[in-house]
Ligand binder design. Structure first.
Ligand SMILES: Cc1ncc(C[n+]2csc(CCOP(=O)(O)OP(=O)(O)O)c2C)c(N)n1
Ligand SMILES: [Mg+2]
Length: 673
């Protein structure tokens, strides 16, 4: 690495010009931070980051996770130098159809490892990827995973986001020495200088959390290099490099005075003469700002050669490992293909009338045996959310010991979700995480990003309704199901429902739900599960129909007078009500709809056959009535739902008081006639 610092500085100036020019042309975007961070990203890419320019998905590559997505112009400009994005594409920043979106979106082919935009999440994805690398190293013995490094870039916003606390804790407790984080500490944020809102000693904070912390001038290539060299030698803990960076480095105003360290450069083009002056100041031609300097081209051509040698050596090691471990190598290829694992679901033994969270544990127990690349996490509720079904067959990760497959995430639901997403982004790992459904509220920002990135993470949410009872209204989900089901209505960019949401009706339907979750490699899946026991659906029920999202439960009468519709444990309440109605001579059909989103994917003819128009309908949900109103039109019936927060009481009392009984089903249905 004999690159002269003068060339590195020239390359960083090149990035500054490109970033400022892209924002100028788009007439929107964030130049200031990008200009300040240019030195770090340039040193990283020109001397440290190990990837295969010819094979972007190389499993052993170092990964770079950007936290502040508004610094997209910096990443895109860097990727221009690295040949992943063309200058034309950069000049099309934020335009329709361009790969250079307003904030970066996952695109591994082009070197973008994560979608970023909501501050804070990006660096937690890196923690997940670092865990995945440790796990794969332990599980496969492939030496490449022990060499792989995860770099991440965080800014003031990410440091301020609460999630950074969870990430720092987990990275430290697990001793993630494959994780190197650069903090672009430029003292400026969107509205103010940072001292208006923070006076912490960030270095001391991370040291207290157990990180190795270095403090440097973030615009000094030699210091950046020295810090990275030192970081690569650290063992047993993650590294934070705090770089004091100059916001808008090199920027000049229209009058030629300094435009550095100015909030205004955070999120707006430099503008007119300021842009012209800035480009000139950085050694560029304002008429032709989308240019890569010759010595910078040479720098990256040289890096490409170095990478070819580095990658050849690493791939030779991988090959030697594969030759000696043919079975494992084939398995590993399978894991990274993203294919759904083959699972023998007949091994799952369900107990009659069990709670669906326990039924989920039965599934997880089998998954622990059959899916060696699955990692399950819980936010300190493993014995309640029953992810312990998995844990009982493995061990939890510890610093220096990733032979298990369970992550005790601590009480940090958003962090846990992002960590699981980071594992999925790394590749090779199937990640699932559990907590109480009511705390899905703490995870929604991550679920949305998982949906956008199409990550097949499984979210296990138990204690699905007011029947949590004695824990009181704080713990009783009401509106959560309606909220998460909105994600079934939102399509991802491949036209699929962005999340698959399943709320199974009994133990055996839970097995089907888990089978659907494991087969779903295209989107996240949410499993919503009961705390309390649920009576089995009638004998002879064809559970395989759950794959259609909604189906007619066994024992339903032909040519029904009324159709009763629900998901989850309310289906069994409807069954009990149906008995009373049948005793009166009514013909009743019961329909279980574990996923309305999936049901709506079926043919219109099928949907009509299950829920024919013109037949009276009654829906029952422990959530808001709106949860079922899409299935029960007002003109055809009513929905019994919860219209207030829950109450503190034993769940059977709540069932009585709130009308979730066979008798109330009978009474409400009779009102339709
Ligand atoms: C979760 C979240 N909240 C708010 C924003 C809006 N936002 C974008 S950048 C920014 C300020 C970031 O400051 P800093 O991270 O220091 O970036 P710099 O100004 O140094 O570029 C804010 C509030 C966001 N992107 N994500
Ligand atoms: Mg800042």
């Amino acid at each position: 690495m004999s690159n002269p610092v003068s060339v590195l500085n020239h390359a960083a100036d090149n990035i500054r010009i490109l970033a400022a020019a892209a924002v100028e042309k788009a007439k929107s975007g964030h130049p200031g931070g990008a200009m300040g961070g240019a030195d770090f990203i340039n040193v990283l890419y020109s001397e440290y980051l190990k990837y295969d320019p010819k094979d972007p998905k190389w499993v052993g590559r170092d990964r770079f996770f950007l936290d502040p997505g508004h610094m997209a112009p910096m990443l895109y400009s860097q990727l221009c130098l690295a040949g992943k994005i063309s200058l034309d594409e950069l000049a099309n920043l934020r335009q329709w159809g361009s790969p250079t979106t307003g904030h970066p979106e996952l695109d591994v082919e082009r070197g973008i490892e994560n979608t970023s935009g909501p501050l804070g999440q990006g660096h937690v994805l890196a923690v997940g990827a670092a865990i995945a690398a440790k796990f794969l190293a332990a599980r496969t013995g492939n030496p490449t995973f022990a060499k792989e490094k995860i770099y991440t870039y965080i800014s003031d916003g990410g440091i301020q986001e609460e999630i950074s606390q969870g990430a720092a804790r987990i990275a430290s407790v697990l001793g993630l020495d494959n994780l190197i984080m650069f903090y672009d500490s430029n003292d400026i944020q969107l509205s103010t200088e940072t001292d208006v809102v923070m006076n912490e000693d960030t270095a001391a904070k991370y040291r207290a959390l157990g990180w190795e912390v270095m403090e440097i001038n973030g615009n000094d290539a030699a210091q950046i290099r020295k810090a990275l060299d030192a970081a690569l030698k650290v063992q047993g803990k993650p590294v934070l490099i705090i770089g004091k960076c100059v916001m808008g480095k090199g920027a000049l105003k229209a009058d030629g005075s300094s435009y550095e360290r100015n909030c205004k450069t955070h999120g707006a083009p430099l503008g007119g003469d300021a842009f012209v002056n800035t480009v000139k100041n950085l050694g560029g031609d304002p008429e032709k700002p989308f240019t890569i300097f010759d010595d910078v081209k040479d720098l990256y051509a040289k890096r490409e050669q170095e990478l070819a040698a580095i990658v050849a050596e690493r791939k030779a090691e991988e090959k030697a490992w594969a030759a000696a471990n043919a079975d494992k190598a084939a398995q590993l290829a399978d894991w990274f293909s993203g294919k759904a694992p083959k699972i023998d679901w007949s091994q799952v033994v369900q107990k009659d009338n069990d709670a669906t969270r326990s039924a989920s544990a039965a599934c997880l127990s089998v998954l622990a045996e059959q899916v060696p690349n699955m990692v399950v996490a819980s936010a300190d509720l493993s014995n309640s959310d029953k992810t312990d079904g998995f844990l009982k067959k493995t061990t939890a990760f510890k610093a220096g010991d990733f032979s298990g497959a369970f992550l005790q995430a601590g009480v940090a639901e958003l962090t846990m979700a992002c960590v699981c997403m980071g594992m999925a982004l790394h590749g090779g790992v199937i990640a699932a995480c559990g907590t109480f459904f009511v705390f899905s509220d703490y995870m929604k920002p991550a679920v949305r990003m998982a949906a956008l990135m199409e990550l097949p993470v499984k979210f296990i949410w138990t204690h699905d309704a007011f029947r949590v009872g004695e824990d009181g209204p704080t713990h009783e989900p009401v509106e959560q199901e309606a909220q998460i089901r909105l994600m079934e209505k939102l399509k991802n960019h491949h036209g699929k429902n962005s999340v698959l949401v399943l709320r199974p009706a009994d133990a055996k339907e839970t097995t089907e739900a888990w089978a659907l979750a494991m087969a779903n490699t295209a989107t996240p899946t949410a499993l919503i599960l009961s705390r309390q026991n649920i009576a089995n659906l009638p004998e002879g029920n064809d559970y395989s129909q759950a794959a259609k999202g909604g189906y007619i439960v066994a024992g339903s009468d032909a040519d029904p007078d009324v159709i009763l519709v629900a998901s989850g444990s309310e289906v069994s309440t409807l069954e009990a009500g149906a008995k009373l109605l049948r005793a009166d001579g009514k013909k009743v059909r019961v329909v279980s709809v574990p996923s309305e989103g999936l049901f709506r994917q079926q043919s219109k003819a099928y949907q009509q056959s299950v829920l024919p128009a013109g037949v009276k309908k009654f829906g029952m949900t422990a959530g808001l009535p709106v949860t079922l109103q899409g299935l029960v039109p007002e003109s055809e019936g009513t929905v019994w739902g919860l219209e207030s927060f829950g109450f503190s009481a034993p769940y059977k009392v709540l069932d009585e008081k709130l009308g979730y009984t066979a008798e109330n089903v009978y009474e409400q249905v009779n009102k339709l006639f």
